[in-house]
Design a protein around this ligand. Sequence first.
Ligand SMILES: Cc1cc2nc3c(=O)[nH]c(=O)nc-3n(C[C@H](O)[C@H](O)[C@H](O)COP(=O)(O)OP(=O)(O)OC[C@H]3O[C@@H](n4cnc5c(N)ncnc54)[C@H](O)[C@@H]3O)c2cc1C
Length: 348
Amino acid sequence: MKNIAIIGAGMAGITAARTLLKAGHKVTLFEKSLSAGGRMATRSTLLGNFDHGAQYFTVRDPRFELAINTVHGTKELIKPWSVTSVRVLDAHGSVLEAARPPREPHFVAKPGMNALLEHWSKPIPAKHLLMGEQVNTIQVDPKDSKKWLLKTSSKNNKLKNHAGFDHVIMAIPAPQIVELMMQSTPKIQETGFLKTLKQVEMGPCWTLMIAFPQASQPGLAHLGPQWNAAKSTHHRIAWLSRESSKPARGSIERWTIQANTAWSSEHLHDDPSRVTAKLSKGFSELTGIYAEPGRSELHRWLYAKTIKPLGQSFLWDAQLGVGTCGDWHIGHRVEDAFVSGLSLALAI
Ligand SMILES: Cc1cc2nc3c(=O)[nH]c(=O)nc-3n(C[C@H](O)[C@H](O)[C@H](O)COP(=O)(O)OP(=O)(O)OC[C@H]3O[C@@H](n4cnc5c(N)ncnc54)[C@H](O)[C@@H]3O)c2cc1C
């Protein structure tokens, strides 16, 4: 039995943790946010939830399909989103590419995308599921030079040391692994991962969430277009969807608007109020909805989407006991994160 630290409670980290636990290892999962999910994220507001990260997921890989079908309680949490069509709009909201019937189901978790990983994290004993605990550095354990020690800080700035790990898995975006490795003992650089990781490119995404409680008045089904989701070639906006069209989301009309990578990069450090104004304007141009939202919230994802993946499903240095997993190894989707986490755990 190995004592294994996993950094990051997204799809990759939780999949790796579940697999290693099943194989009889002791696993401790460190997550800097207060809940599991990572980029499968849900923002709760008084007017309803928003999936401000992953919008839906596909089930193409047979191992992912097996997990969805067999992990207790999962089938009840997953629903196909009857977004019968995703159309492509031009900058003014005109349809460039007509909606085609989806080639495959688009699945969502209910009542929000984060529900799947919150459920999948349950087999990890509560005392080993350390939420709100950011790993700042990885050091050699002073009591045993073959083991690792992780230094963390929690939301209230409490610093802690966690010693005695045989292995460390970093299940976080590649640029954050580079940062973490640079803050850690020089020994970790003997893995040679740094050079490899620097080949990976990930891009940001500004995400705007808006709610229109006024659209819930009797007799008014919803505002604006008849469609519920669209990709667009608008110079700011890549994707927009009506949250309230997803299963078990409540009826208040809510939209999630995601900027494209180029615009998000260019405006990465803009004032949030300016970003909100620009994305709201684009939203009106695309949907014809000019009403003032009852609520709007903004989120900046620094590492949202893989632009250049690594091309191998994980990294593992058996001698040092250090590995990496995450979607960016092979792609940019939820399934890629699952396959990466599973593959690394099976290799270990
Ligand atoms: C805006 C957006 C839209 C998307 N749309 C889709 C979509 O429609 N379909 C789809 O399939 N995929 C989509 N994705 C991608 C999908 O969300 C990811 O592929 C998947 O969730 C990645 O999982 P992961 O485990 O690799 O990483 P993450 O989910 O990023 O998990 C990493 C975790 O590590 C934590 N962490 C980071 N650093 C530390 C540290 N030092 N200490 C402790 N914890 C740390 C983070 O808080 C996070 O919880 C989208 C992503 C975004 C952002």
